[in-house]
Design a binder for this molecule. Sequence first.
Ligand code: MG
Length: 255
Amino acid sequence: MNTKKISLLLTSIVMATAALAQGDPKLTELYTPVPKVVTAGKVTSDAPSDAIILFDGKNLDEWVSTEDTSKAAAWTVGKNILTVKKGTGNIQTKKLFTNYQLHLEWRIPSNITGEGQARGNSGVFLASTGKGDAGYEMQILDCYNNKTYTNGQTASIYKQSVPLANACKKPGEWQTYDVIWTAPTFNEDGTVKSTAKVTALHNGVLVQNNFELKGETAYIGAPQYKKIGPSAVKLQAHGDKSEPISFRNIWIREL
Ligand code: MG
C-alpha cells in the first residue's frame, strides 16, 4: 500500500470514528431488502359502536399540544379534515391508552415535493413517552415512487421494523392505518417484563405482524425502553419543508 492509500484509509477511519462519536443517524439505516410494492384495494373504515372517536372532522377537542399538554392542539381543522401546522409541534390525545386497536386515515397532498425522508413525513406514535418525538413511531411518509431507507419508509416501525409490503397510494389519495398495539409491561425496578408488540395494516395490507419492539424508536443509536404507564397517541409535525399532510376519521378501541 502506498502512502496515498494509507493516508486515504486513515482519513476514512478517522471519519467513521467521528461519525460514531457524534451519533451518526446513518448507522441505523437499512437499504435492503426493499419491500415489494402492493397495489391496495378500496378501504373503508366507519367507526364501530364501541370506538372512542378521536377526530371526526369537527374539532380537536380530544387533542392537546405535546410540548404543553395544558394547551389546545394548534393544527388546522377545515373541510372535515385535520392538517398538520408545521412549527406548532406534535399533538397528542388527551386520553391515555394501554392496549388498543387504532384506525386513522391520512393523505399526502397531491402537490407534494421533496425526497427521501423530506417528502410528507409525519408519523403516529403508538405511545408517546414525552415531548418531541419520544415514544414508539410508526412512520408516515410518501413512499409512492420515493426511495428512502427501508426501516424508515411508510409503515415501518421507525428504524426497527421494515414493513412487509409497500402499499402506498398516490399522493392526493386517502390511505388507512389499522394498528393493534400491545403496550410494554415493566417490573417494579423498571426492567422490561414484556415487550411492546404491533400488528398493522396499511390500506388493508398487512405491514407489521406481531413485531416485538426493541424499545422506543430512535433517530440516532439503539432503541431503549423506559418504564411507562398508559400513554397518549401522538401525531408528528415533522420539520421537513414539504407540504403538510392531512388526517381524517381517527378512532380507537381499547382492548
Ligand atoms: Mg416521521
